[in-house]
Design a protein around this ligand. Structure first.
Ligand code: GDP
Ligand code: GDP
Length: 436
């Protein structure tokens, strides 16, 4: 599971600015998709060697008095989950009493902590250091998040503090088959599905303890294929976890998605796509992972309701139309075979290996059938292509003036490749390069 880094500090010190710098995604693919609510408090930092989950604990302190308020508990939960805490302060304000109060709380958590003194732009750094040395934190970093300055050394130290990931557990050869994360809101039916899968196959459910925390992996064999179900909070520990907060933890969901080959997003057919679901899909898209949407509790709907549901889902999930929607009843077992087929298909698609020659031929054909429209007098040219990796399958296309290729044309190419290679359930990444 990915390690967790929490940003803590009073409002206005620059946490969300720093968060954005750390979580800026590899490509802008996801950010402006209509219909995807992106929860701007949770993200994955992929800037260094080890990716990690970043949590902006935002409203923590304002609510410090009423600790049972939802935001404050979310924040405390994030700190409890964190491997490293970045205690963030404002260089311009100097040390304030609130900073000391937060620091007290953080010290009690016993978590490894770095002090981030932000907004140092235009200030005398030695004076700033002198001021904040009063807090007595050994590891101090001066940053200007708004200008992305000072982030590199901070990141290097964060990485050095993160737990070493068990290389064996992550090794490509590790024989755990297709890793499947089942995510979704509480009561969508995730536990019922897991039990159904396990019950049907009479497998020995083996709990392989996760590397650091109590993450649970369940081995499953079905129709001669091996799978590992990656536990999300609440799936198997229902009895112990009655707290809705822990039953739906964005951190846990994010970690599961990142650790999986294929994510199954479970929806309750009667509830449709909620904001939480859209947020999760946003994270799945950003991670580039394969996705299958399981629409559960199909048994409870009449014909009219089913039609309504399908129409509404098609519209709401339009931005991830490549993800298969499977209608199931975890309770009665219908649609389960189809669901697992979709998982297999998504996995195979995500790992599809192209060859350069066939890709180049495909690009030539696509280009001939439909050329990119002229943009302000520029005609982009596409010349040849080669594979750029799997999971998601990536296609690198070389050409000229490719920066003038519009989003509509990129989508045309994506659909072309999708049809030609029959890729279903996975995003496809297309990278354009100019020149040789
Ligand atoms: P948060 O409440 O801690 O999340 O703080 P924000 O990230 O929303 O930042 C609060 C304000 O400080 C915004 O107006 C930012 O533009 C500004 N800010 C953030 N980082 C810097 C910085 O490095 N230098 C300066 N001068 N301003 C910054
Ligand atoms: P989780 O919180 O996502 O793990 O959800 P559960 O598996 O605990 O299911 C929540 C409730 O929905 C339970 O009462 C289940 O019996 C019920 N449920 C789950 N799957 C189905 C289904 O396919 N049809 C119907 N009618 N109820 C279901």
């Amino acid at each position: 599971m990915l390690p967790v880094v929490a940003l803590v500090g009073r409002p206005n010190v620059g946490k969300s600015t720093l968060f954005n710098v750390l979580t800026r995604s590899r490509d802008a693919l996801v950010h402006d998709l209509p219909g995807v609510t992106r929860d701007r408090h949770y993200g994955v930092c992929r800037l260094g060697a080890t990716p990690f989950v970043v949590v902006d604990t935002g409203g923590f302190i304002e609510n410090a008095e009423g600790l049972d308020s939802q935001t404050a508990r979310q924040a405390q939960f994030a700190i409890d989950e964190a491997d490293v805490v970045l205690f963030t302060v404002d260089a311009r304000d100097g040390v304030l009493p609130t900073d000391r109060a937060i620091l007290d709380r953080l010290r009690r958590s016993g978590k490894p902590m770095l002090l981030v003194v932000n907004k140092v732009d235009g200030l005398d750094e030695n004076a700033v250091l002198a001021e904040f040395s009063a807090l007595g934190i050994a590891d101090t970093f001066l940053t200007s998040a708004a200008h992305s300055r000072g982030v590199t050394p901070l990141l290097a130290t964060v990485q050095s503090l993160l737990p070493k990931v068990d290389a064996d557990a992550l090794a490509e050869g590790a024989d755990d088959g297709i890793r499947v994360a089942i995510v979704g809101r509480p009561n969508a039916g995730k536990s019922t599905l897991v039990n159904r899968l396990l019950g049907e196959e009479r497998v020995i459910a083996s709990d392989v303890p996760g590397t650091t925390r109590d993450s649970i992996r369940i081995a499953l064999e079905r129709d001669g294929r091996r799978y590992t179900l990656i536990d999300t909070a609440g799936i198997r520990r229902r009895a112990r976890i009655e707290d809705a907060l822990e039953k739906f933890s964005v951190i846990k969901s994010l970690q599961s998605v990142e650790a999986a080959h294929v994510t199954v997003l479970m929806l309750d057919a009667r509830e449709g796509v909620s904001e939480q679901d859209a947020t999760l899909i946003g994270h799945v898209l950003e991670s580039g992972r394969a996705l299958v949407v399981a629409v559960n509790k199909w048994d409870g709907l009449d014909k009219y309701q089913r039609e309504q549901c399908m129409t509404s889902l098609a519209r709401k999930l339009d931005f991830a139309a490549w993800a298969r929607q499977v209608y199931i009843s975890a309770l009665h077992g219908s649609g389960i075979a189809e669901l697992m087929k979709a998982v297999n298909r998504a996995y195979a698609s995500a790992n599809h290996v192209f060859t350069s020659s066939e890709l180049t031929r495909a690009v030539e054909q696509a280009y001939q059938a439909y050329q990119p429209p002229l943009v302000r007098g520029h005609t982009p040219k596409l010349k040849y292509a080669h594979p750029g990796g799997t999971n998601p399958p990536t296609i690198v296309i070389h050409g000229a003036r490719t920066k003038h290729i519009a989003e509509g044309y990129r989508r045309y190419l994506e659909n072309f490749f999708r049809k030609r290679y029959r890729l279903e359930g996975t995003p496809i990444q297309i990278v354009f390069r100019d020149g040789e």
